[in-house]
Design a binder for this molecule. Structure first.
Ligand SMILES: Cc1cc2nc3c(=O)[nH]c(=O)nc-3n(C[C@H](O)[C@H](O)[C@H](O)COP(=O)(O)OP(=O)(O)OC[C@H]3O[C@@H](n4cnc5c(N)ncnc54)[C@H](O)[C@@H]3O)c2cc1C
Ligand code: FES
Length: 290
């Protein structure tokens, strides 16, 4: 049990050591790590952890498992540099340091069919993921699918560069069987590989969405270049209020706690107030979507 008198458990800078249960290659550069924590994270969808190793360093990694995953934490780690390079060399039963959960994340309540906070009926949830953006959004999609009767229609648009980079395809097939759930999977190009989805950018299916605008929540996560064009397409075709659009941003992070300033966007600390923002919070932050 967490007590204030325990200096290790009450110090957010000290990682808990989690045992790796499995490591599954998803693509050439991305691995799914399933780890066992000493205690449940009790996270919200969209939050992140700092993952690393003593003497090596740590980096921000999104939580990909759903909020009811208990002591199990799933993360997809792309090998890009120092820390992720070392994490990719770890094996089953090795230990990995985890701090968190950090950040704002999503409130599931905001997406419920009977949305108590705003007294609105949320009939449609549109989730648009580009590339690795599906990883944090999976932590939101899982509880929605697990409790589907509490939510309205779900429209997923999932884009990858090529079929080789498409993530969680088997799980996406299982999501498709839920009632009132439409899923469009796209790749920028097939690269001459087998592909049963669409070819194109995630912006292309947006105008075809059959939604009730004022009762719709939209969620976006992907490479920074995606946001401008997706927002343009949404605004051109629908009249969805800015506070019904959620954007998951990525910034370089060090402490995860609002202390070091590495993640600052204008006057806002992305690690604390984000990484999930309502679009209405970003319209005055000139550096947010650049
Ligand atoms: C909220 C959040 C969630 C994230 N979730 C995930 C996730 O789920 N999975 C995942 O794989 N990654 C995720 N990331 C990204 C991950 O934290 C970074 O890729 C991290 O830098 C990797 O650490 P590294 O030491 O391996 O790479 P680094 O050695 O830090 O290098 C990474 C890349 O960044 C460049 N770089 C290094 N320093 C700088 C700098 N100061 N300015 C600009 N570029 C620099 C390097 O040249 C290299 O190309 C997330 C980031 C955030 C903020
Ligand atoms: S990462 Fe240190 S202030 Fe946000």
């Amino acid at each position: 049990m967490k007590t204030l008198s325990d200096p290790v458990k009450s110090n957010p800078y000290i990682p808990m050591m989690a045992e790796i249960q499995s490591i599954e290659p998803l693509t050439k550069n991305e691995m799914l790590f399933r780890v066992r924590l000493p205690e449940p994270l009790n996270h919200r969808p969209g939050q992140f952890v700092m993952a690393g190793l003593p003497g090596i360093g740590e980096c921000a990694i999104s939580i990909s498992s759903g909020p009811e995953s208990g002591k199990t934490l799933e993360m997809v780690i792309r090998k890009v540099g120092n820390v992720t390079g070392v994490l990719h060399k770890l094996k089953k039963h090795d230990l990995i340091g985890i701090r968190g959960p950090f950040g704002s994340g999503f409130e599931l309540n905001d997406f419920h069919l009977k949305n108590g906070n705003q007294e609105t009926l949320i009939k449609d949830i549109v989730i648009i993921a580009g590339g690795l953006g599906l990883v944090p959004l999976r932590s939101l999609i899982i509880p929605i699918m697990e409790h589907k009767s509490d939510f309205g229609r779900v429209h997923l648009i999932i884009g990858s560069k090529t079929p080789r980079e498409a993530l969680f395809r088997q799980q996406i097939q299982q999501w498709k069987i839920h009632p009132d759930c439409s899923i469009t999977e796209l790749v920028d190009n097939t690269d001459f590989q087998d592909w049963d989805g669409d070819v194109g950018l995630v912006t292309e299916p947006i105008h075809k969405l059959n939604i009730i605008e004022k009762n719709t929540m939209v969620v976006l996560c992907g490479p920074p270049v995606m946001y401008k064009f997706v927002l343009m397409e949404i605004k051109m075709n629908f009249n969805i209020p800015d506070n019904h659009i959620f954007i998951d941003l990525e910034r370089r992070m060090r402490c995860g706690l609002g202390k070091c300033g590495h993640c600052q966007i204008n006057h806002v600390y992305c690690c604390k107030e984000g990484p999930v923002f309502r679009y209405s919070q970003l319209t005055d932050l000139s550096e947010a979507l650049n």
